[in-house]
Design a protein around this ligand. Sequence first.
Ligand code: SGN
Ligand code: CA
Length: 560
Amino acid sequence: MNSKSILSLAALSCVTAAYAQQQKAQQHPNIVYIMCDDHAYQCISAYGSALSKLAPTPNIDRLAERGMRFDRAFVENSLSTPSRACLMTGQYSHQNGQRQLGEGIDTSRTFFTELLQEAGYQTAVVGKWHMGCDPKGFDYYHVYNDQGQYWNPQYRGTDTNNEFVVEEGYSTDLTTDHALSFIEHRDPSKPFCLLLHHKAPHRNWQANLKYLGMYDDVEFPMPENFYDDYATRGSAARTQKMSVTRDMRWEQDFKVPEMLDLNNPDSKDSYNALMGEINRMTPEQRSAWGRYYFPRNRRLLEAQLKGKDLDNWKYQVYIRDYMSVIASVDESVGRVLDYLDKNGLTDNTMIVYTSDQGFYMGEHGWFDKRFMYEESLRTPLIVSYPGHTKPGSVCNRLVQNIDYAPTFLALAGVQQPKDMPGRSLVPVLANGDNVKNWRQSIYYHYYDYPTYHMVRKHDGVRTERYKLIHFYGKGGLDAVSENKYQNVPGTREYGTMKGLESIGYFEPKDEAVDYCELYDLQTDPHEQNNIFGKPGTEKITKQLQRELDKYRKTLAVDEY
Ligand code: SGN
Ligand code: CA
């Protein structure tokens, strides 16, 4: 063989290897997983609520038109860090260690992205990571400091030597830029998995300047149970601190620093939370912010609102600010979809849109999450998987955030590890409600008490029709002894607890609790009527109790 033919043979084998790699990249789909922070399904127009129709999300809806909308998608523990730990490990909170907001993640657990890397995927996470460990299993990461900031946020990552750098701009836009830049500069011979995690629309709902006031002319309808009196329930629903009218703060949440009471330490603390964001702004950003909020606040002070008029003002401000933040999120989704379309990637990419948990938009009078009641247990979940999922379909099967890792592993052709209890959604995406042998119930467990919003510990099961919840544990500061990290000086859990103690957050003291609630979601979708212990419910109670006991036993749950 002469040297010319050796060269052409070598060239041919290079071409063949590159082709084989490309084929491999094409065989296994790319994954774009978009997760917002606290995005309520009630605020996505594809879900059809009256609220969302007044503030539509055309780009998220575009995704729903292409794929499957899940109407019964749930989290296992309705709080950011635990939810992210479920995503990464495919395990329940007591298995991966992340029960509360701060400490916990067991870094010896395998993160699904590590397995994807081994299977030849290129992996990335941008935006809110939030867990106490460095991102593990990523070729590229560019993540916020802790919760992240709305304005001129700090990021650190593989491209900053892991040092924090401040970037000028609005968070949702910047995080989207980094996500698209990762796709643009990736190695195209490999499939990729991108986790795009926004900070928005987390408290305290800072909208991009161009969207400030965009809903000022819209009067959003209050949920019918805004004035819930919790009459049929146990004490947990009454002792929480997540009421829109009572617990939202004038400075931090409603952005009315004019109401600052300098003699009240709690008020100063919430002023700091507002100023934290304002102080980050450039002079131009700050004056644009003030040009909107200060005249609005002047009008409020002049109006001297009282009673239900004031309640309605608070509710409208909450929803208007929140929805204005969503406008940027929806814009971000549009940019991602357009990018994938223009670059010929749509057909071989699974795109997921979800949130780290649900959120109360005034239902039961609340904001925040944590409870096993529907609005925080349930998340938006929309998945487009071209060629596999029927466009515009809706699925009512029970799915949970421990299912994401098994789903992504299935796409990559990786065998699901035995210690991952979730289920791949691939058969559900293919068959919708007709999927065979699917689960009949889900298990939920919330642990983060005593802390912000004072939601009691509870676990429970939800079937397609019923929900049984068990509230348990000591009350107030007595409960600190039951938490692994709140007793340990130097931990974030300890710092939060001490900070809240110093502003009298734990008074008056909550009682110890140990009781159940039962809801029939078919006849009582708003969970207003606890039927636990009512005549006629004996049989269903027994069934649900048996189901709950089964979870506790098979999953080796160690507290309840
Ligand atoms: C912060 C918020 C709380 C919120 C938690 C958890 N307070 O502590 O309102 O419940 O985060 O949110 S704030 O004063 O800092 O805004 S989560 O999305 O990270 O779980
Ligand atoms: Ca969250």
